[in-house]
Write a protein that binds this ligand. Structure first.
Ligand code: ZN
Length: 223
């Protein structure tokens, strides 16, 4: 079931008060309209009726897609230490509550950025593994190693038998696209499964560039 809370917010710019509906949980099956709002960048976004200032609400939100066996916990955080603390807390409370036992075969992901949340939804909606996608993103970014720190790569879409990625360069302030053939994805996915990667979770996971680096390190040590 999708749940929300109402909050009164003071606009950080004009200081007018207004009411915001904050969604704390979304179940896709019951609320396809909420999913499309989320993908449109409209969910949990405070928009001041007086001056139109927009801010993402800091509240955590659980995204649950029963059909895909996917659960994403979005907990906004810019600070890596705070992110790690929230992640540790989530793992501890999940273990204590025993909720993981009812989630066999699920993919459970912890994300801290709005765009990362949207990307995960797109990846799973297209039937891909985000673990294989993160490996491909590393490969794309390593094509220009000296610029990899200033770039963010995100999966965009599947089109004409190719996966399209968007690469944003924060120094050049430019967005590039990069296409990877579906066969390349399939080959990488098969190799990762072969090497022991599980296509589902045993616990909450953060699957990002650091995860893919660790995955490849293990992979290289094995072969
Ligand atoms: Zn305002």
């Amino acid at each position: 079931m999708s749940t929300n809370i109402k909050q009164s917010i003071r606009c950080p710019k004009c200081e007018n008060m207004s009411d915001v509906t904050v969604w704390t949980s979304i179940t896709v099956k019951d609320s396809p309209d909420l999913k499309s709002d989320l993908l449109g960048g409209k969910l949990n976004m405070f928009s001041c009726p007086s001056c139109e200032t927009r801010r993402l609400m800091p509240n955590p939100m659980l995204y649950h897609d029963e059909e895909q066996k996917l659960m994403l916990l979005f907990s906004p955080a810019d600070d890596p230490i705070k992110k790690q603390q929230m992640y540790d807390k989530l793992k501890t409370s999940s273990r204590k509550s025993g909720e993981l036992e009812g989630l066999e075969g699920y993919n459970l992901r912890f994300v801290s950025e709005y765009n990362e949340l949207l990307e995960k939804i797109l990846i799973f909606d297209n039937g891909f593994s985000d673990k294989a996608i993160e490996v491909i993103k590393l490969m794309i970014l390593s094509q220009e190693v000296d610029k990899s720190q200033q770039r963010v790569c995100r999966f965009g879409k599947l089109e004409n038998g190719a996966l399209e990625f968007m690469i944003y360069d924060s120094i050049e302030n430019m967005t590039y696209t990069s296409s990877v053939p579906l066969e390349t994805y399939n080959t990488i996915y098969a190799a990762l499964i072969e090497s022991g990667m599980k296509p589902y979770s045993f616990d909450w996971e953060i699957v990002d560039g650091a995860y893919a680096t660790r995955l490849l390190d293990g992979f290289n040590n094995k072969f």
